[in-house]
Every structure is written in C-alpha cells, then in structure tokens.
Design a binder for this molecule. Structure first.
Ligand code: ZN
Length: 342
C-alpha cells in the first residue's frame, strides 16, 4: 500500500479537475492525517455516492452523484489509477472486483482505461467498430439502391422473402455473411444459430406463441434448417452458395432473397460485458431484448471462456432473430492479483 502524504499531494495535482474537486470535498481516509476534521461536504453527506437519510427530517435523499455521474467519475479515476480512493459505488472497480472474487469469475469487460487497454482484443475491437461505423454510413445508400432497383423497402422485402420457401440459408439461421465474417472461426456461431433455429421453429413453439413483431421468425422446416446448417458450415459450400446469391441479386429483379436482403436481415448490437446484468443465483449474465424478452440474451462464464481468445461472444436472443455481441477480456493472473492487493 502506498506511502507518504507528499506523494498524494503530487498525485492529486496531476489529476483532472473533476477528480481534484471531488477529493477536496470528500478527501479519502487514506490521505487525510489522523484526527483531521471532516469537510463541510463530508459533514452534510458522508458518502456522496449513497442515498442518505436526513437525521432531522427522516427523509431519504438521492445520492449527491447520480449513478451516471458516479460512473463518469469512476471511469476518470480508473484512467488515473485512483479508483480505489473513491467511495464505494456499485459502478466502481472495487464492487466489480469483489463481485468477481466472490463468484470466482475469470472474465471482465474490456474496460477502456483499465489495464486491459491496448490488449489485442481491444485493438481489434476498435478496428471492427470502425468497419461497422462505415457500414452504417453506407447503409442509406444501399437502401436507396435497393429501393430503386426493386421498388420496395428492404425491410418489407425481407418480410416477404422471410415467409416464403425462397428464404436463403442465411435467413433460415438468422445470420448474415457479415456476421459470419466477424468470427475468426464461424463454426461455433453457426452451430448456435442452428440450435436456436431448431428451437424457434419447433412445431409446438411456432404454433402456440403469438408472434406479431417484425422480428418474429417464420416457420422453417427441419429440412430447411439442416440444409442451411450443412451449407454454411462448410467453407467450400458456403463460398459457392454466396456466389449463387450474388448472381441471383444481379440477374433477377423480382426480389429474390439475395445478398443485399440478407445484409439487412439481422441486427447485431455490441455491448461490453460490464454493461450487462448479472444473476447472482444462476451465475449468468443477461440482458433484455428489443423483442420484449427480459432475459432474451443469457449466458454463463463457460460460454465466455470458450471464446476467450476472441474476446467477443455472439449471443442469440432465445425469442427472436437478434444477436448480441459481447466484448470482454479474460483476467490474466498477475492482473487479477495486483488488483486484489490494491
Ligand atoms: Zn429478442
């Protein structure tokens, strides 16, 4: 544990203004001399990150810092290596770390500003994000091209082709070429998509569940699903299939499910592991999905460790066609130890 108050003063001077201000008002116990009087801020609110019961009125008051501002402050403190001097916060490193130690978890978010920064996964993530941003920018153009060529919005056409027997292998599995291309080895993802398609198109489920949303899958046969799985799983077959799709799109004006259609079909949202909820009892992470399922996305540590080298886990919603791409890092031993000994 660190040292003299001189060092702390030097450290404090190097901090950005919001942190300096914060520590001036709520000096951490570690840096104030024994027996020093509390500041007026501390007298009024001992912990500005916590709700406070006014001793006179007996009423509860919100924390001085909202959770959002706490998160900003923690982020800033992390970048300057002083997160441990902040009061305990649910958003804080300490909380997350305690949480991980308690559950023995070996994974964490990519935590920009943490020691994982500059890690290979994160660098890859930045370039991938950049690619996605570009794709988004080009999207209006693609949609316009699609509209003029085929006389309808890609989304309407998606719907139309979705329900037909003409659905592409990608549509059957709710995948796109682009999603598969984000994977170092797409076979695990294809298998997941295959299992999800089997579950969602199971005769019992498909007939009973009321499905009115645009993302609702239509019913595909087991044969269609199996065929899609077989073709997309084989790099050679998939390449040949992609070529045939491209030919269809350029040669056929009728709105056949071509590669353009598949581009729009499936949404992928990118999130950091630390932004997900964690179910303490089930020891699983979860997140609500736009389709209305509170825990549409659900996975455990084993799922993350399995793709630890990638630093990304693709999770499919159990109820609809959407995917969630979770960015994370595996905690390295020395990293884990040094944080624990702070
Ligand atoms: Zn969903």
């Amino acid at each position: 544990m660190a040292s003299s108050s001189q060092n702390f003063i030097q450290l404090a001077k190097s901090l950005p203004a919001p942190l300096q201000r914060f520590f001036a008002r709520w000096p951490p116990a570690a840096i104030v001399p024994e027996g020093a009087a509390p500041t007026q801020y501390q007298e009024a609110r001992p912990n500005p990150f916590a709700a406070y019961k006014n001793p006179t009125t007996g009423k509860w008051q919100d924390p001085v810092y909202s959770l959002r501002r706490q998160a900003q402050l923690v982020q800033l403190a992390r970048e300057h290596g002083v997160a441990h001097l902040l009061p305990e916060t649910k958003k804080g490193v300490e909380y997350r770390l305690a949480h991980r130690v308690e559950h023995g978890l070996r994974v964490k978010g990519t935590g920009v500003g943490q020691s994982v920064k500059g890690h290979i996964h994160e660098r890859q993530m930045i370039s991938k994000m950049e690619k996605r941003r570009k794709a988004m920018l080009e999207m209006p153009q693609l949609i316009r091209a699609w509209k003029t060529r085929l006389g309808g919005s890609p989304f309407q056409l998606m719907e139309a082709s979705n329900s037909s027997e003409l659905a592409s292998h990608y549509q059957v599995l709710n995948l796109t070429p682009a999603i598969l291309d984000t994977q170092h080895d797409p076979s695990a993802l294809i298998k997941k998509a295959y299992h999800r398609a089997l579950l969602q198109n199971h005769p019992d489920k498909a007939s009973s569940a009321p499905r009115g949303t645009s993302s609702s899958p239509s019913t595909y046969t087991i044969d269609q699903i199996t065929r899609a799985f077989t073709v997309l799983s084989s790099p050679q077959q998939r390449a040949a299939y992609d070529t045939s799709l491209r030919l269809q799109t350029t040669g056929d004006e009728s709105g056949a499910p071509g590669s353009l259609a598949t581009k729009f079909q499936t949404g992928v949202e990118n999130v950091d592991l630390d932004d997900l909820e964690f179910d303490e009892t089930g020891e699983r992470w979860y997140r609500s999905c736009r389709c209305g399922n509170d825990r549409g996305y659900l996975f455990g540590e084993a799922d993350l460790v399995e793709v630890g080298d990638e630093g990304e886990l693709m999770v499919g919603c159990s109820d609809c066609s959407l995917w969630l791409n979770v960015h994370f890092a595996i905690i390295e031993d020395d990293d884990f130890e040094s944080k624990r000994n702070l």
